[in-house]
Design a protein around this ligand. Structure first.
Ligand SMILES: C[S@@+](CC[C@H](N)C(=O)[O-])C[C@H]1O[C@@H](n2cnc3c(N)ncnc32)[C@H](O)[C@@H]1O
Length: 268
């Protein structure tokens, strides 16, 4: 019995330790994106050696043994493949399905999400969850003295990182939604996406239903950086004051972001 208890205790210690160091996985991913490791391998079109990866990194003093440790970790996490020839030749590192989504600019890339998540301004509020429970309020305002939208309107890097991350995840989820949600858009001729970010959601709807006139509505600093989409007009404003008229309103936010930023979209 005592040994069973000791075994259970040990298992718990291991599991909690793994959870604690979950941060390492996240930071190793950030490092891979920052150094464009997947893009470097991808540019060769085949698995490559450590020295080839190192020569693709934009630095005159790359520490190859440090790189080896990061690559070993990412291989262990099944982010990259590694193949060592039986004749003792150099290990070659290649891409798999996971590392393909770590290539920038590729269809299905989720690098923008990783970049946003590790922006120091967006990391800081995670330290404030306990404080939010004790005192109420939002983690973001406790960390920065203002809400995300205010900071983004003053900080172009936060604005870009956040908007691009939203656009990247929206493209993936909207395509999945549209492939299953068949009839809802058939009878409307105009659609406004309220708090639509850079307009990717409504652009996907209009792409699938070209007769719909799409309106993307968001704060001025967001629509100012939005790309042009055929059939979509961008309108800047504050949804708590007024929103553009349309046959239907579309809204999409993440429950996680609601917890994190204390979004008050539907309560007001
Ligand atoms: C979590 S993001 C979601 C973006 C987009 N709907 C998507 O799914 O990718 C929330 C959006 O709400 C916008 N937002 C916040 N407050 C707003 C307001 N008062 N009026 C209009 N948009 C607002 C932000 O600028 C941001 O683009």
């Amino acid at each position: 019995m005592a040994s069973q208890e000791a075994e259970a205790m040990f298992t718990s210690q291991v599991e909690i330790t793994q959870l604690t160091f979950g941060l390492v996985d996240s930071m190793a991913l950030k490092c891979a994106v920052e150094l464009r490791l997947a893009d470097i391998i991808n540019s060769h079109g085949r698995p490559i050696s450590l020295a080839q990866i190192a020569s693709g990194i934009n630095s005159p003093s790359t520490d190859i043994s440090y790189l080896a440790r990061i690559m070993r970790y990412l291989v262990r996490k099944e982010i990259f493949t590694a193949h060592t020839p039986s004749d003792g030749g150099e290990t070659l590192f290649g891409l798999n399905q996971k590392s393909r989504v770590l290539t920038r600019d590729s269809e299905g890339s989720i690098t923008s999400l990783i970049i946003m998540q590790h922006n120091p301004c967006l990391l800081e509020p995670w330290h404030r969850l306990g404080q939010c429970i004790k005192e109420g309020g939002t983690a973001f305002s406790k960390a920065h003295g203002c809400e995300l939208w205010d900071l983004a309107s003053r900080n172009p890097v936060v604005n870009r990182d956040f908007n691009e991350a939203m656009a990247c995840t929206s493209k993936i989820t909207m395509r999945a939604i549209l492939s299953h949600y068949k009839d809802g858009f058939n009878n409307i001729r105009s659609l406004v996406d309220v708090a639509g970010g850079m307009g990717g959601n409504v652009a996907e709807v209009v792409r699938a239903y070209p007769l719909i006139k799409g309106i993307n509505f968001d704060l001025p600093h967001v629509v100012a950086t939005a790309p042009t989409y055929e059939g979509v007009s961008h309108v800047a404003g504050n949804m708590f004051e007024t929103i553009p008229n349309a046959d239907a309103i579309f809204m999409k936010v993440s429950a996680l972001l609601e917890i994190f930023f204390g979004l008050k979209l539907l309560q007001q």
